[in-house]
Ligand binder design. Sequence first.
Ligand SMILES: [Zn+2]
Length: 312
Amino acid sequence: MTRNLVRFVLALSAAAMVATAAPRAAGPLKVVTTTTDLGSLATEIGGDKVKVNSLALGNQDPHFVDAKPSFMALLSQADLLIVVGRELEIGWLPALINQARNAKIQLGANVYLDASLSAKILDIPTGPVTRAEGDVHPQGNPHYWLDPGNGRIMAQDIRDKFSQLDPANKAYYAQRYADFDQRLAAAEKRWDAAMAPFKGTKLVTYHRSWPNLMERWGLDVIGYVEPKPGIPPSPSHTIDLIGEMKRQNIKLIVVEPYFETKTPQSIASQVGGQVLVLPSSVGGASDATDYIKLFDHDVAAISAALGQAQRK
Ligand SMILES: [Zn+2]
């Protein structure tokens, strides 16, 4: 089905089911998030007033998630669905939503929260983009959670949505947000200080997952192991990339945990550089257990790798 047709069918089924939507049962809000990052933010804000389940694992490619039978049970009972949006989940989520037959979480419904609506989105295409070219980022870069500034904005949207669905606990959600905001601000000071020495450093990443993180700390990504987002490496692109890294004396290749490391390792060995496997989501490394700890891990790993390269 074309994307427009999918949207049309989703809208139709939502319209058909809205009339039968049941009021929310007592007890914690049942929140389903597509990713663990959204799950962590929802837990920060919701505390014990919400029950959060995330569909994708933190070490899975969020563009391509295999549906598990458990997803259907979670979606059919959810009071709220929070998605990353920008078509990150378009390859796997629309069919699940349709099959879950839960009027509450249909696209455009009141309890479907697209976390990208207020966040700062980079890489918004200026010309037409089609998926036929393999580009999996046709609506701007969907990896925007990898900037703590966006995490704060997403947490605000989640606070507002929880308050709207569960107004009796509005003050509780506001207090949880204020606490998170304070801890995030303190952590940002740490991260900014750790990354300051590396401003302007050039590097390569596997997928275009990191523009928000790199912009935040002034790092310059000059190329990708993938020829295009979603397209596997090709020999000719790899040769070009090796040439460019040699010309610009670039020594670091950042790889998301769900990609093969054979190509990046081979590139690194030819340029005398190194590969850094970096979690891009909560749960992508054993110590990246929540949103703030994800950045603790990534900032420590990037600054250690770049510090080591500078000392060489
Ligand atoms: Zn992507």
